[in-house]
Design a protein around this ligand. Sequence first.
Ligand code: NDP
Length: 254
Amino acid sequence: MELFDLSGRVAVVTGGNGGIGLGMALGMARAGATIVVAGRDAAKNADAVKQIQEAGARASAIPVDVLKEDSCRALMADTVKAHGRLDILVNNAGMSIRKQPEQYTVAEWHTVMDSNLTSAFICSHAAYSEMKKGGMGKIINIGSMMSIFGAPFATAYAASKGGMVQMTKSMATAWAKDNIQVNAILPGWIDTALTRRAREQIQGLHDNVLRRTPAGRWGEPSDFAGIAVFLAAAASDFVTGAAITVDGGYSVLG
Ligand code: NDP
């Protein structure tokens, strides 16, 4: 269907080499997009490219460390060099350091903020001129339930993910005139490497998530394929500045 067709589109997915990022990449690939997998781990990058190619799409890997501005800027330039255009940017790379606020060092605070929020600003900033030149663009920022709620172990993470939503709204208003839509996805609790580590660190997390999620299960990376295609495609051309929960009902349970 034309509304959801991504043929001829080029999408960069930071952290696209695993977890939610790969789930979104595979969805957009199946809708026809060429995917640039952008992560640090070369083996994970190569494996993700293989999976996307096996799904019948064009894909390549460009190594990036989103903590480094030069690396983010090179990612966008190299994408255009390799594929001729840049239509879709998914700011998905992220991490957490789980500690009580009083145990945080300032350096740890900056690592979380820079990995999750500043990186998304830099990548969007670096992608803007190419999207403007192409006459359209789609930026998809990955927030969290911590964009809405707080938790004792998540001071910096929640600050970064709350900031992601406000940055999304502001960029959406700034770039609507350029036909660039900027939206956020707020995942619930999803079974990935990140939350496997969290389950080791937070007592009772697995059962609490099952109890608290109306859908009665953890999310899977494949649950993000559909929303990524929607936000990357013409179907969402009048949707901008939105923060869409994909959480099995977690955030609306009273
Ligand atoms: P993963 O740990 O599987 O994925 C994180 C990804 O981010 C990896 O691909 C990793 O690549 C990449 N990454 C981290 N730091 C950097 C860096 N400095 N430079 C480049 N890439 C980096 O976890 P998820 O799939 O769960 O997380 C994806 C996003 O979803 C994150 O933003 C996370 O905060 C968010 N999220 C996850 C939830 C969940 O329940 N899983 C819930 C809400 C939000 P590499 O390994 O190559 O470094």
